[in-house]
Design a binder for this molecule. Structure first.
Ligand code: C2E
Ligand code: MG
Ligand code: MG
Ligand code: MG
Length: 272
């Protein structure tokens, strides 16, 4: 009887943990079957220049779960990463984006669209990553010059030499590289100098309040200055209004992505 009570008491304390674990396990189970059941798809969000011309799109992963509805990537990607599924999902994203890229190029050869694909650290660090990328490009017939990869500073911290080498392999394949969520990580200027990147993407956390927050202005300005010192492009993400766009243009940022120019949507709804 004592044992039983003890156990019940213990259960009271763990019920929340148990719920959390169950939720996680169930989510993991659903993510696992999502690939085979074709529940993933990509949305594309426009990137524009000062004139509002489309200069590219970012591919964003979406999961339409029959049980859960539309699940945001911020919720399922961390789960996919910890349960070892992110490499497979990431390669699916890349293949899908390459197929779309080849299709757009066939349909509108005179109007090339660069597709930026997010790459998770787990995917990037996999030993088969670059050879897989090269296979996918060959198999889909995508033009690597129209492919951009969005990497993050977090994948640069471990083995810098190996990371830099891998980035050069991608560059040699003809792919361009962007550093996503820039300013939120820990990369040093000396590291940055070694990276063969083509673009810095100012994180949206510095953009959303830029009209009222002086430190955001200072941060954005220094990223823009850094970009021009390194000779790389700078794009701002999370540009929600034309006022923000106008302000960014006065401080020298001329490429934008955000709700002001279009929400992420299906490929065939892209106006260009
Ligand atoms: P991210 O790469 O920084 O993507 C930008 C996020 O900001 C997207 O959220 C986009 O929908 C959202 N966004 C765009 N414009 C605005 C705006 O004007 N205002 C606001 N408030 N938000 C805006 P989403 O699609 O929920 O994706 C969240 C994150 O999930 C992405 O952040 C990226 O880190 C990750 N993710 C998405 N797709 C993939 C993928 O295929 N692979 C990997 N590894 N990660 C992905
Ligand atoms: Mg991104
Ligand atoms: Mg970003
Ligand atoms: Mg972001």
């Amino acid at each position: 009887q004592a044992k039983k009570n003890g156990r019940n008491t213990f259960c009271l304390f763990t019920v929340e943990i148990e719920n959390a674990v169950n939720f996680r396990t169930a989510l993991e189970f659903d993510v696992r079957k999502a690939i085979d059941h074709k529940e993933f798809f990509l949305h594309y969000q426009p990137q524009v220049d000062l004139q509002g011309q489309l200069i590219g799109v970012e591919a964003l992963l979406r999961w339409q779960s029959p049980e859960r509805g539309l699940v945001p990537p911020g919720l399922f990607i961390p789960v996919a990463e910890t349960c070892g599924l992110m490499f497979k999902i990431g390669q699916w994203v890349l293949r899908q984006a390459c197929e779309q890229s080849a299709k757009w190029e066939r349909e509108r050869p005179e109007k090339p669209i660069v597709i930026a694909v997010n790459v998770s650290a787990i995917q990037f660090c996999n030993l088969e990553f670059t050879s897989d990328v090269s296979h996918i490009i060959t198999q889909t017939g995508a033009n690597p010059a129209l492919l951009k990869m969005e990497l993050t500073e977090t994948m640069m911290v471990d083995d810098v030499q190996a990371t830099v080498e891998k980035m050069y392999i991608l560059k040699r394949l003809g792919i361009s590289l962007s550093l996503d969520d820039f300013g939120t990580g820990y990369s040093s200027l000396s590291l940055l100098k070694r990276l063969p990147i083509d673009q810095l993407k100012i994180d949206q956390s510095f953009i959303k309040d830029i009209l009222v927050d002086a430190s955001d202005v200072a941060i954005a300005k220094s990223i823009i200055a850094l970009g021009s010192a390194l000779g790389v492009d700078v794009i701002a993400e999370g540009v929600e209004t034309l006022e923000v766009r106008d302000f960014l243009s006065t401080i020298g940022c001329t490429k934008y992505q955000g709700y002001a120019f279009g929400r992420p949507g299906p490929a065939d709804q892209l106006a260009y």
